[in-house]
Design a protein around this ligand. Structure first.
Ligand code: IPE
Ligand code: IPE
Ligand code: MG
Length: 246
């Protein structure tokens, strides 16, 4: 069992997941892509529970990208319905487990009912400290940086920020949710080796793990597999291995 190889003292604090492969999962079974998204909801449930059990501090899930708005309307509508359904079905358990829900992305583009559900979920769980569950919805990494730059320019104009003093820490405070630390581990399911506009600023030194497993099949054992792989790596942050080990 893969869990025996897991070091419980070295669980990554923040795991981010690009939940990909729903469409291919469905197509391979002669089903509609939407069926893949529906099945994917079970994986969300399972992985949230698993992350909580394993002691992951923050789990960020890429649920819907800005580019995904360009998919056929019927698929976008179904994805929006599923987001609502997730909140309706899972919020009580999430809250009971002490999990705080956060969101990143351009929520103003979401249908009002979906946006309200997410805002309610955030409000209900805002004092929870067991784990953080961050939903990236209507999210794009470049848009996040542009949105940060806009607010920063505004603050510079009114004298709240001195452009000469601007550094990475000050800039990062303008991102969608500066309270969330950078991911330690980024998992992409579905086998593609690309970032697809996810957390561009935050993944500078994140360890990347690609799983061939398509999201609707992804379960706790696959998450554990990814964490075990992560635990075997040496994070050097530009230093030499000797420096890191000394
Ligand atoms: C991920 O699965 C879900 C979203 C992007 C919302 P896809 O729908 O991208 O599935 P594939 O990549 O086509 O298999
Ligand atoms: C990334 O998957 C977005 C989400 C998982 C929400 P995509 O399927 O949209 O990415 P590409 O098209 O393969 O780059
Ligand atoms: Mg995809």
């Amino acid at each position: 069992m893969v869990e025996r190889r897991l070091d419980p003292r070295a669980i990554p604090r923040h795991v981010a997941v690009i939940m990909d492969g729903n469409g291919r999962w469905a197509e391979a079974r002669g089903l509609s892509r939407i069926e893949g998204h529906r099945q994917g909801l079970d994986s969300v449930r399972a992985v949230v529970r698993a992350a909580h059990e394993l002691g992951v501090g923050t789990l960020t899930l890429y649920a819907f990208s800005l580019e995904n708005w360009n998919r056929p309307k019927s698929e976008v509508d179904e994805l929006m319905r599923l987001l609502e359904r997730y909140v309706d079905a899972e919020l009580a358990e999430v809250h009971r487990n002490g999990i705080r829900v956060r969101t990143i992305g351009r929520l103003d583009r979401l249908p009002a009912s979906v946006c309200e559900k997410l805002v309610q979920a955030r409000a209900l769980t805002c004092d929870n400290r067991e784990m953080q569950l961050v939903f990236a919805v209507s999210y794009g990494g470049r848009a996040e940086i542009v949105d940060a730059a806009k607010r920063l320019l505004h603050d510079a104009e009114v004298g709240k920020v001195d452009p000469e003093q601007l550094d990475e820490k000050t800039f990062a405070a303008y991102l969608y949710d500066p309270e969330v630390s950078d991911p330690d581990l980024l998992i992409r399911t579905g086998g593609e080796s690309r970032v697809s506009n996810f957390l561009l600023w935050q993944i500078a030194y994140t360890e990347f793990y690609v799983s061939a497993v398509r999201w609707p099949d992804f379960r706790k054992s696959h998450l554990v597999e990814a964490i075990v792989d992560y635990q075997g790596r040496e994070r050097r942050y530009g230093l030499t291995g000797l420096q890191v080990r000394s």
